[in-house]
Design a protein around this ligand. Structure first.
Ligand SMILES: [Zn+2]
Length: 465
């Protein structure tokens, strides 16, 4: 018994010494390490408004299930190079709004686009954001005014939030690791109605739970940022909530008072949380995700060197053909049965653009971004990105990368080449809803992500060479 205790004490001293050595390696020669600043702002609408996400909703919100938040994590490496991750319980930041926010953060705090991630959880229980799919809902003038006012205030709040997080920077250590949870279901290849009877669910999937842990100098947890690739569509009720990502953040923060939990949405636009539609299910998935994060924190995580690199570019993604003419759009509006109501509303808004003398264009400026925190790569994509992109990026860069979708601009689905060829809900529309993307979309995005990754020294996985 004593002998066992003796060995344990020696082992304990050894592991502590090892931890000390490991820790001393993650500061620069002059002893400088990371700094991190964390802030949050309440973004729950103060009044009833139209809700985002489902075109079929027919009346405004009725109350609040739980509050909505925007949160910011600013990290600064040993050279003083900074970047900010903003997460939010909204459907997405549309291009115009995201451009304005990032320009203002640039002017005020000197951060370029590569240094800013604006991610949204894509909750389908948030308010309508003006210009973010707002042209597919039956909004009257009062609801349009409310959406514009809410969105303008949100812009101000995000800029202030980033300033606050920058001001709160403290010496920190940063760790990363992937966990796993399996409630996402490929919604293209499994039937929701019979989901509880299916014993052989079909993929593709990616069950990773990327986790970033931030601790202070004493080793106390300050913040955790975690992701999952799955539509936030458990709930379709008329109460505001962050859906399962909202519950996951609440659950984690409940068991870690004073710690900020941030959720970033991954590239899982063809993944649904199934079964769904009840509040207890949203809470269950939230708890499962929070438990997956807890498990990662309880095991060894990789401590990251205080070196940060960021890259960003926009590429012109092509549509499959010429955009619709005014005559074609009028035809869509007239056809009573062959088009769903939201496409008709969208056609009307496209006609308004043409009537203003503007063109619908033949390409869309698509944002591609890569971060390297220590040796942890983050691949950050705009739009509703399908899971094939996560799988392909992991083939190129290895299984340890983190992949974020719904970042910096949420304009439409981003299907893989195979889904584009198959068609169906996610495959047939681009940023112009009546026209699909060009079939080269996948190779164009993956090539650009590889180019940006190479620029900042993200290594390709050995297996892919
Ligand atoms: Zn979606």
């Amino acid at each position: 018994m004593k002998r066992v205790l003796y060995i344990s004490v020696i082992a304990f001293i050894f592991t502590q010494a090892f931890h000390f050595i490991a820790a001393s390696e993650v500061t620069d020669e002059d002893g400088r390490g990371w700094k991190a600043g964390i802030a949050r702002v309440l973004i729950t609408p103060e009044q009833s408004m139209w809700m985002d996400g489902y075109a079929a909703r027919d009346h405004p919100s009725e109350g609040v299930l739980h509050d909505l938040w925007a949160k910011a994590l600013v990290i600064e490496d040993s050279r003083g190079y900074k970047a900010v991750l903003v997460t939010s319980d909204i459907i997405g930041f549309p291009k115009h709004m995201s451009d304005r926010i990032r320009n203002r953060i640039g002017a005020k705090f000197g951060l370029t686009r590569s240094q800013i991630i604006l991610n949204s959880s894509h909750t389908h229980s948030g308010p309508v954001i003006y210009d973010a799919f707002s042209n597919i809902y039956p909004l009257d003038q009062e609801q349009i005014k409310k959406a514009k006012e809410y969105s303008a205030k949100l812009e101000d709040q995000i800029v202030e939030l980033v300033g606050k997080a920058i001001g709160l920077r403290l010496p920190a250590k940063i760790y990363s690791q992937n966990g796993v949870v399996r409630f996402q279901v490929n919604r293209r290849n499994n039937t929701e109605k019979t989901i509880e009877q299916i014993n052989d669910l079909k993929g593709p999937n990616d069950y990773a739970v990327p986790v970033i842990k931030v601790v202070n100098e004493k080793g106390e947890l300050m913040a955790v940022a975690f992701g999952y690739a799955c539509h936030a569509t458990v709930l379709s009720i008329y109460q505001f909530s962050g859906d399962y990502p909202g519950f996951a953040q609440i659950e984690f923060e409940k068991s870690h008072p004073g710690v900020t939990a941030m959720f970033f949405q991954g590239a899982g636009a063809d993944q649904n949380p199934l079964p769904r539609r009840t509040i207890p299910l949203a809470q269950q998935y939230g708890r499962e995700l929070a438990a997956a994060v807890e498990r990662v924190l309880d095991e060894d995580m990789r401590e990251l060197d205080p070196h940060l690199s960021t890259a960003y570019s926009e590429i012109d993604l092509q549509y499959a053909g010429a955009p619709p003419t005014k005559e074609e759009l009028i035809q869509i509006m007239k056809e009573s049965s062959s088009y769903p109501a939201y496409l008709k509303i969208n056609a009307k808004s496209l006609i308004e653009i043409l009537d203003r003398g503007e063109s619908l264009g033949t390409t869309y400026p698509y944002p591609c971004q890569v971060w390297k925190i220590g040796d942890q790569p983050l691949m950050i994509l705009g739009g509703e990105v399908l899971i094939d992109y996560t799988i392909e990026l992991k083939k190129i860069f290895g299984p340890d990368i983190f992949v974020l979708g719904y970042s910096n601009d949420v304009m439409s689905y981003i299907p893989s080449e195979s889904v584009l060829r198959e068609g169906g809900y996610e495959g047939t529309r681009s940023a112009i809803f009546t026209t699909p993307w060009n079939v080269n979309i996948q190779s164009a995005i993956l090539e650009e992500m590889t180019r940006q990754a190479e620029k900042i020294g993200v290594k390709m996985d050995k297996l892919s060479n």
